[in-house]
Design a protein around this ligand. Structure first.
Ligand code: ARG
Length: 495
């Protein structure tokens, strides 16, 4: 034991227990924590970001304690005053976060007691850090989910903007990354809008199960004080759609449940997977071999050795960060698997993965909304600097892979052939076109008629990219009329 530790452990216990925690928890402990253990068990350097939620939760708890006559009105007033002071200290950076006070909860409570004395010590009546931390994380995450909802909306608007400008632009649609059928670039963009719409719905759903109050469950079994938990829930906005308070109904579950964090991270992972798929496409599209799009220079970087390079670092990083977020999901879900009821210190490990998931997702959504849709130029009132589309390169590529072969088969079916026979006939036509190194639409009528006599002059209409596109006019199809209908639906929804 170091000299300093020996001295502090020997010193007489002060009446401020939290202050002496640096030496030992209470009179029960015969020796202080080693510095290594203090560092190992402390969470303040990451959980201090919960401070606003912690103060909000404490104030709601104190207000209820006073309303129930468990603490005096003067105590509540002192707690309010102390918390106001602490808020300004934290905001100004003057607050001294102490590692030896372990976490955000004990740091704030210790400072409160320093500022307002006994009233500060009464705050923890009928409460434990177990229900406190569960409440704080839920409150904090609720706010973040709302911000993520806004960002998801912004990204959807960006994609809708690009879709709207490119309804008539045709690119090859792929299956197996082989040219399949022509599709509208607007249609392609709207596929991602559907994904992010589902992500927003999932987030809203997770929010419902996050916005439930654990406070009042105390350490694990409830408390002997006559708490009004529903009052606290109302104060904290933990209410359902009808404004009724929503409170965790089992104290053991309340303090130990982290489903909401796992669900959130799962929803975030899936959202990142969508971003990652989009990233993969952007990377492919902007490669020299495709040349379909460009992204603004500020989202790319050069090479330290190859002067000609412009690398798509942002989409690549997003693809990489998706792995990181999925890793957090694995971390959180594994964190829970062996825990007996109720609270265990394992749960302190929920924070870093959760925080990093939120940070990564928010940054990614923000940057993608701008990279895809551009930035608002206040002078023109228009967005500028989003992705640039090379319509000609896209169409050229669509002309290369016999993208209208299915249309020829459908044409023959309309002339009375069974689909399987039509499929076979077209395969022969494609083979001939390959031999002549031309597109189907470039084969002379007589040659086409050689494959089947039912073929007439009007066949060229369906062999054109535009004819093929217009023909896919079923709900959800790529025909411009359908794409415009979807655009209108999304615009109304996102307004
Ligand atoms: N810092 C702790 C956490 O994040 C707070 C709860 C600690 N409770 C306890 N009984 N040690 O989970």
């Amino acid at each position: 034991m170091s000299k300093a530790q020996a001295t502090s452990a020997d010193s007489a216990p002060s009446h401020n227990q939290l202050d002496t925690k640096a030496q030992a928890w209470s009179a029960l402990f015969s020796e202080p924590m080693s510095d290594l253990v203090k560092r190992y068990t402390s969470s303040v350097f990451f959980d201090k970001r919960l401070w606003q939620a912690d103060i909000a939760g404490s104030l709601a708890h104190a207000e209820m304690l006073a309303a129930q006559g468990i603490i005096g009105a003067e105590d509540y007033a002192s707690i309010q005053r102390g918390m106001a002071q602490i808020t300004s200290e934290i905001e100004s950076g003057a607050f001294e976060w102490r590692l030896d006070l372990e976490d955000v909860h004990l740091n704030i409570e210790a400072r409160l007691t320093q500022l307002v004395g006994d009233a500060g010590k009464r705050l923890h009546t009928g409460r434990s850090r177990n229900d406190q931390v569960a409440t704080d994380v839920r409150l904090w995450l609720r706010g973040e989910i709302d911000l993520i909802g806004d960002l998801l909306k912004e990204l959807q608007v960006s994609l809708v903007d690009v879709a709207e400008q490119n309804v008539e632009v045709i690119l090859p649609g792929f299956t197996h990354l082989q040219v399949a059928q022509p599709v509208s670039f607007g249609h392609h963009m709207l596929a991602y809008v559907e994904m992010f719409k589902r992500d927003a719905e999932r987030m809203a759903d997770v929010r419902r199960r996050t916005n439930v109050l654990p406070l009042g469950s105390a350490a694990l079994a409830g408390t002997t004080y006559p708490l009004d938990r529903e009052r606290v829930a109302k104060t904290l906005g933990m209410v359902d759609a009808n404004g009724s308070p929503v409170v965790c109904q089992n104290s053991l579950d309340a303090v130990s449940d982290r489903d909401f964090a796992i669900e959130f991270t799962a929803a975030a992972s899936l959202c990142m997977v969508h971003v990652s798929r989009l990233s993969e496409e952007l990377i492919i599209w902007m490669s020299q071999n495709f040349g379909f799009i460009k992204i603004a220079d500020r989202f790319t970087t050069g090479s330290s050795i190859m002067p000609q390079k412009k690398n798509p670092d942002v989409p690549e990083l997003a693809r990489g960060k998706t792995g990181r977020v999925v890793g957090h999901l694995m971390g959180l879900i594994t964190l829970m698997k062996g825990q007996p009821l109720a609270y265990n210190k394992d749960n302190q490990e929920d924070k870093e993965p959760l925080f990093d998931t939120v940070d990564t997702l928010k940054d990614t959504l923000r940057i993608f909304a701008e990279m895809v849709g551009g930035q608002l130029n206040p002078a023109t009132g228009k967005k500028e600097g989003g992705i640039t589309v090379n319509a000609q390169a896209m169409e050229q590529a669509a002309l290369k892979g016999y993208a209208t072969a299915t249309d020829l088969a459908d044409y023959l079916v309309k002339k009375g052939l069974p689909f399987r026979d039509a499929h076979e006939t077209v395969a022969h036509a494609v083979k001939a076109a390959t031999t002549h190194a031309c597109d189907l639409s470039e084969l002379p009528l007589t040659v086409l008629q050689g494959f089947h006599p039912a073929i007439e002059k009007d066949v060229y209409e369906c062999l054109s990219l535009r004819g093929s596109l217009n023909a896919r006019n079923t709900l959800g199809g790529t025909a411009p009329a359908q794409v415009r209908a979807q655009l209108a639906r999304h615009r109304a929804r996102l307004a």
